[in-house]
Design a protein around this ligand. Sequence first.
Ligand code: PMP
Length: 357
Amino acid sequence: MARVFNFSAGPAMVPEAVIQKARDEMLDWQGSGMSVMEMSHRGKEFMSIAEKAEADLRELMAIPANYKVLFLQGGASSQFAMVPMNLLRGKTGADYINTGAWSKKAIAEAKRYCEVNIAGEGDGSNVPAQNALQLSADAAYVHFTPNETIGGVEFPYLPETGDVPLVADMSSTILSRPMDVSKYGVIYAGAQKNIGPAGLTVVIVRDDLIGETIAGTPSMFSYQTHVDTDSMYNTPPTYGWYLAGLVFEWLKEKGGLAGMAAINERKAGKLYAAIDNSDFYANPVALDCRSLMNIPFTLANADLDATFLAEAKEIGLVTLKGHRSVGGMRASIYNAMPEEGVDALVSFMADFEKRNG
Ligand code: PMP
């Protein structure tokens, strides 16, 4: 068996220990005589899995008691609609900070339901400063994307929005470091980067924001529906929920989010140093907005891109091609990417430069 280091932006690597545990429990989960994927979501076995996963996530992120945690389907993309449907609460507009491709998608969807005020914009390589934000006093909420997965642009600060709820698309940064949940109205994330397999979407929502939806909101798009039923209004993504729970257990063993942050900073630091210490590689992002999770970089000569990718693949470093809208390379180094993977990439980059630079 040869496992590769997979630098995909998502679906991305899952910790090997988690996959092994899932393998060991695949046919017979803890003496139940069945696989988790065969269990009734309402049976006591799955209920215990679901409750443990939520409790562990609450512990890891120190989620206050007045926040609900929902395990949903539909991806972060469904949240682009669910957020305005649930949070407008009689208001007509919301503020959005635009820092890249995923902000733009959230904005385009919100425009179907409300007036969108662009409160600030980055230039693709940075984020607007707090004092440049033009927040509207009557906004229902302020939406931002703490980490732009494609551009590799991460907020170095938490936008201050006063009493207006802050909504964060944390798809590519959740669980990468400790964060103060109490500063947010809603946090949402697709699972396929730092949580587990695709198909599960985690939503953390402050309870006073739940209960009022715009006319015509489908039941499945109302947070209240899922709060009332403990995310079991319909059949939830049971296997993804179970795997997420295994990832949460693994994170606790790794020292929680503070432990992960230290590892993530070391990993990203090594890769940025490799890029910065060479004239052959470049990263276009402003120094203070560089992402810990997604690191795009270019080669001095783009004609070498294909060779770089092919040679990297040969030694087990895969999915390094940059997003089609950006070109170049992108190394996504989520929690599950071992430090050895980053070390292997850094040493391959140096070797490639020596031969081609
Ligand atoms: N937001 C961000 C920041 C993302 O990186 C992605 C997926 N790459 C999405 C939203 C869309 O997520 P999903 O595919 O789960 O709808």
